[in-house]
Design a protein around this ligand. Structure first.
Ligand SMILES: [Zn+2]
Length: 169
């Protein structure tokens, strides 16, 4: 309850009327579904500022890439940030041997593709965020062209829950 109160006190400062006109997010985020990595909270932002795609393990799935295409082409969002975070359960699951449901197997497949032999969990999480960032342009001509022409930048980052620091990868 205390956490909820703190978040609302800090982020509910935007006049709702300002949002009715439409969205003009200055960044699009591809992040994990993890409750601890809510983008507005970690970047200290409010409603209307970030276009978000969230899925456990922050992989670049077709639906997510299509959503990012909308952000780049229609909303003219100039920045895509892929956020990997410490202690990511989806990356842990991808590295582990525990049996998963068929749907979870699908979910961890791109994470497994990103793993390099000898990776520890942190290296795997960081490598996965970099892999997801590359997948966006490899699978979307629209975003690849926007990147080449300088209309959008794509930056993978690592959010460390222990220190609260976000570092570029
Ligand atoms: Zn995660």
């Amino acid at each position: 309850m205390q956490i909820k109160q703190a978040i609302f006190d800090e982020s509910c400062h935007i006049n709702p009327q300002a949002l009715v006109q439409g969205q003009r997010p200055w960044a699009a985020i591809l992040s994990c579904a993890d409750a601890r990595v809510a983008p507005e909270w970690i970047f200290g932002l409010g409603s209307g500022e970030l276009f978000q795609v969230r899925v456990a393990g922050n992989s670049a799935f077709n639906d997510g890439i299509a959503s990012l295409e909308y952000a780049v082409a229609v909303l003219e969002t100039p920045l895509i940030v892929v956020v990997g975070h410490s202690g990511c359960g989806a990356v842990k699951a991808a590295m582990g041997k525990e049996p998963l449901t068929p749907l979870l197997e699908d979910l961890v497949q791109p994470i497994r593709e990103s793993l390099r032999s000898g990776d520890d969990l942190t290296q795997a999480i960081q490598g996965n965020a970099q892999y997801a960032a590359r997948q966006i342009t490899q699978r979307s001509n629209l975003i690849a062209e926007a990147k080449d022409s300088g209309k959008v930048r794509i930056i993978p980052v690592y959010f460390d829950l222990n220190s609260g620091l976000i570092s570029k990868l």
